[in-house]
Design a protein around this ligand. Structure first.
Ligand code: ADP
Ligand code: MG
Length: 671
């Protein structure tokens, strides 16, 4: 009978195969029909030829024309890449984009994700040795340079979303150009090395600048279809952009014809607040009115929910997509007719003189505003509502300042050093960062012990560069071995990696604070986070418990995934997974101090705190466990400048710990 059964199985699978094959064929046809309708498809042959004939090509085209999803497929179909020649890497500034685009292209090629098509983002990798079309964040490609100096696994590198000028894309420009030159010389000398091809893609009219950088690279323009968009400004400046957004959404919904709404908001917090508000107000809509369905879209959102923004709205429903600037150029959402632009974005900024990195709400640039507007006119004529006045618009900067000119360069400099670039002052930057910010980055790395006094990468620095974390966090993880508290540190770092693990509805602030008092640790936020996690584990992540305690279960789960990854990273770097036996307080804080000794402030006689570096007065953020407390010294994870200099992620320290945490740094400084 066992034979019979086996036969049965075999037949069955044969039948399945037949059905599968027919299905796959139908799906292939459907996908090809879709692809042929994209504006870029008519330029297919010209694009393939340009890439075949030139070492570097710049492709400029309207968002949604098909650059990111189609060009890698063209490259593959033309045989420019293969298992033996190497694959194509397509970089994205944002992980959500890399993940979604890989999924989409796997669907279009009717292959399994992680086969021919895959993605690699921090803490998540679906690529396999068979992957020849790989979407990855710019940070991950920088990381790959560490293990594959000449990026030999790739035949083509596509630097996408180049107009965004993120710090990492900018670094890649210089590195990839250099790699191309080296591979060219090796190939010329008869070494068995494939030449590297570079494709730069941009959605704005800055192609000339990229072309110049890549020695006069050929520029291709892809015309998109863009329909007229009516643009409106508010008459008065808006004091509360969330309120203004809410009013605009319901105005469109109750007065304007069918079509989905795309709202640009600065971040996860604003998006979550507004999602709640839209749901509340939508319940009050009466009669035959269409329903209104809010769909949030931001980086930390679980993939299943991200997909919702692409699904057509259910019958008799209008979608309102609440997104960060991910929807500006990286991801195209079909069905949009209305755009609401609050005019703000969260941007990293850095003041190299006092060493403060800030994440600030910042007015967007004119070119961003136009990109946002354009999203309303992709499929037919649309309308864009700008929640600012025309005068405000006129005062906006023309373009966004490249990140390399405004953020902390320590992580960037560390990865340049680790990939073998010694003289970072002379590196081939498309836009040179200021000398002072480069020098500051070197000083910080020296203080952390990542480089020595000749600027050479130390063994510690090399180890630090392997972690997908900021240098200070990498240092803390590595030194946790000495303090015997690796597991605690991993947990805390993971919890810090999400926006917040707390859930604080605006109408229940006090209640939430009261309930969460039981988690408060007298020594501050780091150990408070750990207390929450212990509580969460005790009840095995019970949903009700999280609700009662105002814990954001989704973010805790994301943090736990990060934790898994970090555990594996530590294993790989041979950092033993030790935990203290309940005596963690001092060792955990001392350990964090080895990375964050520059983020410290001491209590002054007048009760204020002044930073050890820069002598700046800082206030403890009201959301911190240390709020209102007076202790000898504090250490913090971030300094946020809003109206005042606020510090967040704060814990108590003793000033005597400082010289121990960073002997080199505090050697000659009187505390
Ligand atoms: P570009 O890079 O030029 O901005 P893309 O290649 O990202 O354009 O997108 C081309 C088109 O593919 C979009 O207009 C959209 O219609 C479609 N598309 C992209 N991603 C998805 C997805 N996840 N689901 C459905 N359609 C998608
Ligand atoms: Mg794109």
């Amino acid at each position: 009978s066992s034979n019979k059964k086996q036969k049965f199985n075999k037949n069955n699978s044969n039948n399945n195969n037949k059905v599968d094959r027919a299905q796959i064929k139908a799906k292939r046809k459907e996908m090809l029909d879709f692809r042929k309708k994209l504006p870029i498809y008519s330029g297919r042959d010209a694009i393939i030829k340009a890439i075949q004939d030139n070492p570097a090509v710049i492709v400029m085209g309207e968002t949604g024309s098909g650059k990111t999803t189609q060009i890698p497929q063209f490259i593959k179909e033309a045989g420019i890449i293969s298992d033996t020649l190497g694959g194509v890497a397509i970089t994205q500034p944002r992980r959500v984009a890399a993940v979604n685009l890989a999924k989409r292209v796997a669907e279009e090629t009717v292959t399994k994700l992680g086969g021919q098509v895959g993605y690699t983002v921090r803490f998540d990798d679906t690529s396999s040795p068979h992957t020849i079309i790989k979407y990855l964040t710019d940070g991950m490609l920088l990381r790959e340079v560490l293990s594959d100096e000449l990026l030999l696994r790739y035949k083509v590198i596509v630097l996408d979303e180049a107009h965004e000028r993120t710090l990492r894309t900018d670094m890649l420009f210089g590195m990839v150009k250099n790699i191309q030159r080296i591979r060219h010389e090796k190939a010329k000398n008869g070494e068995n090395v494939e030449e590297l091809k570079i494709v730069v893609m941009s959605a704005t009219l800055d192609a000339e600048k990229f072309s110049e950088f890549f020695d006069g690279a050929k520029i291709l323009y892809v015309s998109g279809r863009l329909h007229p968009v009516d643009t409106f400004f508010t008459q008065e400046p808006q004091a509360d952009y969330l309120d203004a957004t809410l009013v605009s959404i319901f105005q469109i919904h109750t007065k304007n014809p069918h079509g989905d709404i795309l709202v640009f908001l600065p971040g996860q917090e604003a998006i979550e607040t507004l999602t709640g508000l839209v749901n509340d107000y939508a319940k009050q809509l009466r009669g035959k009115q269409q329903r209104l369905l809010p769909c949030p879209l931001f980086a930390a959102l679980p993939p299943s929910q991200q997909q919702r923004v692409f699904d057509p709205a259910p019958a008799n429903t209008r979608k309102v997509i609440l997104a960060t600037n991910i929807a500006e150029t990286s991801i195209t959402i079909p069905g949009i007719k209305y755009v609401i632009d609050c005019g703000l974005a969260k941007m990293r900024g850095f003041n190299p003189k006092i060493g403060v990195e800030s994440l600030l709400l910042h007015p967007i640039s004119k070119s961003s505003a136009w990109q946002r507007t354009g999203r309303a006119g992709r499929e037919r004529a649309g309308v864009c509502y700008r929640l600012y006045t025309e005068d405000t618009f006129r005062e906006l900067e023309d373009d966004t300042v490249p990140e390399i000119r405004r953020c902390n360069l320590a992580a960037a400099v560390l990865s340049l050093k680790a990939s073998g670039i010694e003289n970072i002052l002379e590196f081939d930057y498309m836009d040179r960062p200021s000398r002072i910010s480069l020098v500051r980055a070197l000083e910080e790395l020296y203080a952390l012990g990542a480089i020595d006094d000749t600027g050479t990468l130390s063994p510690l620095g090399r180890k630090m560069s392997e972690f997908p974390l900021d240098p200070a966090f990498s240092k803390v993880l590595i030194t946790s071995a000495e303090y015997g508290c690796t597991m605690e540190v991993i947990a805390i770092v993971s919890l810090l990696s999400v926006d917040t693990i707390f859930f604080t509805p605006s109408d229940k602030r006090e209640q939430a604070a009261e309930v969460r008092k039981k988690f408060l640790h007298p020594d501050g936020d780091h150990l408070t986070l750990l207390n929450v996690l212990k509580g969460y584990w005790e009840v095995k992540g019970d949903v009700e418990w999280c609700k009662e305690n105002f814990i954001n279960i989704r973010n805790v789960k994301i943090a736990l995934e990060v934790r898994e990854q970090l555990v594996r990273f530590c294993e790989r770097l041979e950092i033993p997974p030790q935990a203290t036996c309940g005596t963690e307080t001092e060792s955990v804080l001392k350990c964090f101090l080895t990375g964050f000794f520059q983020n410290t402030a001491l209590l002054q006689p007048d009760g204020s705190y002044k930073t050890v570096v820069g002598n700046q007065t800082v206030k403890i953020h009201p959301g911190s466990a240390m709020f209102g407390k007076r202790v000898e010294g504090i250490m913090y994870n971030e300094l946020v400048f809003t109206t005042k200099h606020y510090v967040r992620g704060v814990s108590a320290i003793q000033s005597a710990w400082l010289p121990l945490a960073a002997p080199k740094y505090f050697n000659n400084k009187a505390l």
